[in-house]
Design a protein around this ligand. Structure first.
Ligand SMILES: *Cc1c(COP(=O)(O)O)cnc(C)c1O
Length: 403
């Protein structure tokens, strides 16, 4: 194939050679800049999905791109048998962020995705539980409607039976309770439980924030029953919700373990699992590993992302932009409500609306969003999105919904 392939050619190649695990929409993006994307026909879009809350600083951020290029020409990878010049620095930076959010210093393990960050959290919780509570303390409680990843173990923790059905048997020791129901959690918490794993805002589950007081209550239960509180911040972490971490909206939560991924590399694959010191010490050399985890390229991208995030104060920007976006969208008659926090929002349409069709119509009009439930659109744009871009996106949505 010479030159750039056309959309038809890409669709055909994908159909023939790529495992058909995705129900893809027939658009191929070829270039991005900030909040803009261009497809294979040269059409321009406003990206209000950010690759599913991943491109936190927008596409092709110049500083991140330059750091990646510099690191690519210096050293991409060495094995974790040795030190590299970047990983410990990134570890320090993430630990400082989590130390100030939780009040306790800790340590980080680097992985390559959200699911892998959660795998690390689950292995660590079991290791910790078995050293402190004996061989039977290996159960992990999570919530219905949660999402923690697609590996077998994180799928076992993901409270969506329809995603689990065809992959039985899943690893044992995972149970789900209703989200936001402290009594249900309390009833399920016996001495076999080593950890409670929760999202601060259920992202894939429809952008459902934990109600006020819930996470604080979970913290108390975990203290009483000697279970670890693991917060999955893969989607909500690093400024997305208007705070550095989603759990910071929940009062005195102090999670023992926090997982991150999506926003951390601004598109370069990297995941991280942080644990407070005493918990992190349950891992001994040889207990867990990743070939690529914390390699210089991904770590350098993440370090640069954190530089820009801190300089731009992205939590504050996300909070302000989210407020503007919420207010503007609520002025559209066809919108019934908006939920979420910061720049992770669900726009609830009318009860009989078809959010999938609305998202497709938005795409035709040059706006990228997705249907997070049958009746709600998710928006998760760059945390650096401008007021003018918000106004332009809202105008497109208003026009689409007026039809
Ligand atoms: C996306 C997501 C994951 C899985 O991340 P991958 O990088 O796709 O493995 C886990 N937890 C939450 C909350 C997510 O949103």
């Amino acid at each position: 194939m010479s030159g750039s392939p056309t959309l038809d050619e890409l669709v055909k190649l994908d159909a023939e050679h790529v495992m058909q695990t995705y129900g893809r929409i027939p658009v191929a993006f070829v270039r991005g800049s900030g909040t803009r994307l261009w497809d294979s026909d040269g059409k321009e879009y406003l990206d209000f999905l950010g690759g599913l809350a991943v491109t936190s600083l927008g596409h092709a951020h110049p500083e991140v791109a330059a750091a990646i290029a510099d690191q690519a020409g210096t050293l991409l990878h060495v094995s974790n048998l040795y030190y590299n010049a970047v990983q410990p620095q990134l570890g320090e930076r993430l630990d400082l962020l989590l130390t100030s959010a939780t009040g306790t210093p800790g340590r980080v393990f680097f992985a390559n995705s959200g699911a892998e960050a959660n795998e690390c959290a689950i292995k660590l919780a079991r290791r910790h539980g078995q050293s402190n509570g004996g061989p039977d303390r290996f159960h992990v409680l999570s919530a219905y409607n949660s999402f923690h990843g697609r590996t077998l173990t994180t799928l076992a923790a993901t409270g969506q039976p329809q995603k689990q059905e065809t992959f039985q048997p899943l690893p044992s020791g995972f149970r789900q309770v209703e989200f936001a129901d402290l009594d249900a959690l309390g009833a399920a918490m016996d001495e076999r439980v080593c950890a409670v794993l929760l999202e601060a805002v259920q992202g894939e589950g429809g952008v459902q924030p934990a109600p006020p007081g819930y996470l604080e209550g979970v913290r108390r239960l975990c203290d009483e029953r000697e279970a670890l509180l693991v917060i999955d911040e893969v989607q909500t972490g690093l400024g997305r919700t208007g705070r550095w971490f989603g759990f910071e909206h929940g009062g005195d939560v102090r999670p023992d373990v926090v997982t991150m991924a999506k926003a951390l590399g601004n598109g370069l694959p990297i995941g991280a699992c942080w644990a407070r010191g005493e918990v992190a010490e349950a891992f001994r050399p040889g207990d867990h590993a990743s070939t690529f985890g914390g390699q210089p390229l991904a770590a350098r991208a993440a370090l640069t992302v954190l530089d820009v995030m801190e300089r731009e104060d992205v939590p504050r920007r996300a909070a302000a932009a989210g407020e503007l976006l919420t207010k503007s969208v609520l002025a559209i008659p066809a919108v019934s409500s908006v939920r979420g926090a910061g720049l992770l929002l669900a726009i609830e349409l009318a009860p009989d609306a078809d959010a999938g069709a609305t998202a497709r119509a938005c795409l035709d009009h040059g706006l990228v969003v997705n249907a997070v439930t049958p009746t709600a659109l998710r928006v998760a744009p760059s945390l650096l999105v401008s007021d003018a871009e918000i106004a332009a996106a809202v105008a497109i949505l208003e026009e689409v919904l007026a039809r």
